[in-house]
Ligand binder design. Structure first.
Ligand code: NAG
Ligand code: NAG
Length: 259
């Protein structure tokens, strides 16, 4: 027998959770399940979502969450979708990705669209182990080391390379530049800002300094040798010490002019 308060409590529990957890059969508002080319597809394009919806069927192979207001992805946002192959997150407001955002998709995910978001940088860990083709176009990239590392791990969707352009938050000399052209010339994972380009400058300076030192050393050597010869000639003709002193003075003034 239930105590009299039990039905009320049950009712409270049901109404309390019923609003947030939709029944597994009814997809979230604005979303629908479809069968496309024999693949279970879940479409939530332009559905006004600000978070990844609950209730995505676990046999979904293609998931369209494009043109919503997603601002971030929690860790393991899609790990309950064990056969997910294609994920479209384009045209959202994603500014940050967790390093574990795509956790659990390593074996299955093939296509990922992150284009037209607000991404300035993504953690390279987010793509570790994924065998994906990714669209990274139309984001305000910082063009940093993390992006360079990401591009070593993933393949870009065909024709999307030119769409990766450095945004306003990037180093001033990089803003508006195409990242792939840039990454060909500059190692962005070098020490400090500017990476290898600055390293090359330093190497050039050191080399030039080295040459200059050599030239100066040679001149000094040359001048000293001359002085020795002057002394020797002095010994042969010790009559004019004043002259000798004079020539030494001349030599040192020549030296200082040269240096
Ligand atoms: C989906 O979940 C159901 C019930 O939990 C399970 O029986 C089924 O195997 C899962 N499907 C996939 C593709 O994992
Ligand atoms: C990549 O994203 C851009 C911008 O959203 C889009 O115009 C383009 O068609 C996409 N390309 C591919 C191959 O997905």
């Amino acid at each position: 027998m239930l105590p009299p308060a039990a039905p009320l409590l049950f009712l409270l529990l049901v109404t309390g959770t019923g609003g947030t957890v939709p029944s597994p059969r009814a997809p979230p508002r604005g979303c629908y399940v479809a069968e496309e080319a024999g693949e279970r597809t879940f479409r939530c394009s332009q559905a006004g979502l600000s978070a990844v919806p609950a209730g995505i069927p676990n046999d979904t192979r293609k998931l369209y969450l494009d043109a919503n207001q997603l601002a971030s992805l929690p860790e393991g946002a899609f790990q309950h979708l064990p056969v997910l192959e294609e994920l479209d997150l384009s045209h959202n407001a994603l500014a940050h990705l967790s390093g574990a955002a795509f956790q659990g998709l390593a074996g299955t995910l093939r296509h990922l669209d992150l284009s037209a978001n607000q991404l300035a940088s993504v953690p390279a860990e987010a793509f570790v182990g994924l065998q994906i083709q990714v669209n990274l176009s139309a984001n305000p990239w910082h063009c940093d080391c993390a992006l360079q590392e990401v591009l070593r791990q993933v393949r870009l969707a065909p024709g999307t390379g030119t769409g990766i352009v450095c945004g306003p938050g990037a180093r001033p000399d990089l803003v508006g530049q195409e990242f792939l052209l840039l990454a060909r010339e500059e190692e962005l994972c070098g020490v400090g800002r500017g990476g290898a380009r600055r390293g090359t400058d330093v190497a050039l300076l050191v080399t030039m300094g080295g040459w200059l030192t050599l030239v100066v050393a040679y001149l000094v050597h040359y001048v000293w040798q001359n002085r020795d010869e002057t002394r020797r000639s002095l010994k042969q003709a010790p009559v004019q010490p004043v002259r000798a002193t004079l020539s030494t003075v001349e030599v040192s003034s020549t030296l200082s002019t040269v240096v």
